[in-house]
Ligand binder design. Structure first.
Ligand SMILES: [Zn+2]
Length: 365
């Protein structure tokens, strides 16, 4: 099931809003809603509101609900109308008029026959004729949009969570932590990372810039982003960062780093994923798929040398993760050319664009 959040749905075309408003008039007529109440309803729908604002408009909903003769239960209680079989837009108007909140889920096994055809409601939950508190969310199941299979509908990304971890921090912390849950072997909690050979810009700074760029792109695609840090002045260990991704229920944990080498000629992009080690066996397969997609998209967007994907079982930041994880090495700060590129806003755009493309491809699988 692909979930469509209110956020995504609010971004839908104005034409759908217009269609909704038109049907609203028709439904208002059917329900015998007073013209003024219908006008209030339509005014509410024609404004480009945020979903939060829409959800918090019980005043409008209540006003309309009062006008509906069907709502005669206790003041805060609403009888759920039967909207199965109705076109989605009509069902939305009916439910919102009753003071209920609408959530929509697509059933990919059923496809609407043509683009533009009314997508009728297949099922609703809670069922009709039950009394629920006003403001209750009613989940409507509709057919998937025709032709939407294959490329992921943008709606499919709403509800997805990506945790981005910009590697390192201003000051490393050499105190030790176990390399995995219950491990006797330990590693430094977090190191300071490498530094640009020419620019002298530290890794933690450049990867934060790239990460914030990536965050904007993912959010623009409707993805929820959780950052382990958005400033350099923190002290968060690698295990703690993984735990943050776990706690967020991330669909993907993306660690952003830059590389260093004793060979100044070494250059290119590599992506790591957790190998089938003691702790990470269950996340290896999805992580490997994500790593491949991210690596390919990064190489395509930047033109950098392709150093491929590598399984790692020695990284605390993977071993503590229980969600699919990748670590991108964006380039070598010990290479004078890549060092300059990594600090260039234009190249950072290409890096973030490549990562976003790969991540979105993975989440849409
Ligand atoms: Zn690093």
């Amino acid at each position: 099931m692909k979930r469509i959040s209110r956020t995504e749905r609010s971004k839908r075309s104005r034409s759908e809003r217009a269609r909704l408003a038109a049907i609203g008039l028709a439904v208002a007529g059917v329900l015998g809603i007073a013209g003024t109440a219908a006008a209030v309803l339509l005014a509410g729908d024609s404004q480009p509101e945020t979903p939060e604002v829409r959800a918090e408009q019980p005043v409008v909903a209540a006003e309309v609900a009062t006008a509906s003769a069907e709502t005669t239960a206790a003041p805060e209680s609403v009888e759920v109308p039967d909207v199965v079989g109705r076109p989605l837009a009509e069902a939305e108007v009916v439910l919102e008029a009753a003071g209920l909140v609408v959530r929509v889920t697509e059933d990919p096994s059923t496809e609407a026959d043509a683009v533009g055809a009314a997508r009728g409601v297949i099922a609703q939950e809670p069922a009709a004729l039950q009394f629920v508190p006003a403001g209750t969310a009613i989940m409507l199941v509709i057919p998937a949009e025709a032709g939407a299979s294959g490329a992921p509908a943008t709606g499919a990304l709403a509800g997805k969570v990506v945790c981005i971890d910009p590697g390192h921090q201003a000051r490393g912390d050499s105190r030790q932590e176990p390399v995995g849950p219950g491990a006797s072997e330990t590693k430094a909690r977090v190191t300071g990372g490498t530094t640009g050979v020419t620019t002298r810009v530290p890794e933690y700074e450049v990867v934060l810039q790239i990460s914030m760029n990536l965050k904007e792109r993912l959010e623009a695609a409707g993805i929820t982003v959780v950052m382990t840090r958005d400033t350099n002045d923190v002290n968060i260990s690698n295990a703690e960062r993984a735990q943050m991704a776990n706690d967020a229920g991330a669909d993907l944990f993306v660690r952003v780093h830059a590389d260093g080498s004793t060979d100044p000629g070494r250059a290119g992009i590599a992506t790591f994923y957790p190998g089938a080690g003691q702790w990470t066996g269950s996340i290896t397969d999805p992580s490997q798929r994500a790593a491949g997609l991210v690596q390919d998209a990064l190489v395509a967007s930047t033109g950098a040398a392709d150093l491929g994907i590598t399984a790692r079982t020695d990284l605390s930041g993977f071993n503590w993760a229980t969600v699919p994880s990748v670590l991108v090495e964006c380039g070598f700060m010990t290479n004078p050319v890549e060092d300059r590129l990594l600090s260039s806003p234009h190249y950072q755009d290409k890096l973030a664009e490549g990562m976003a493309t790969g991540i979105i491809a993975y989440l849409g699988e």
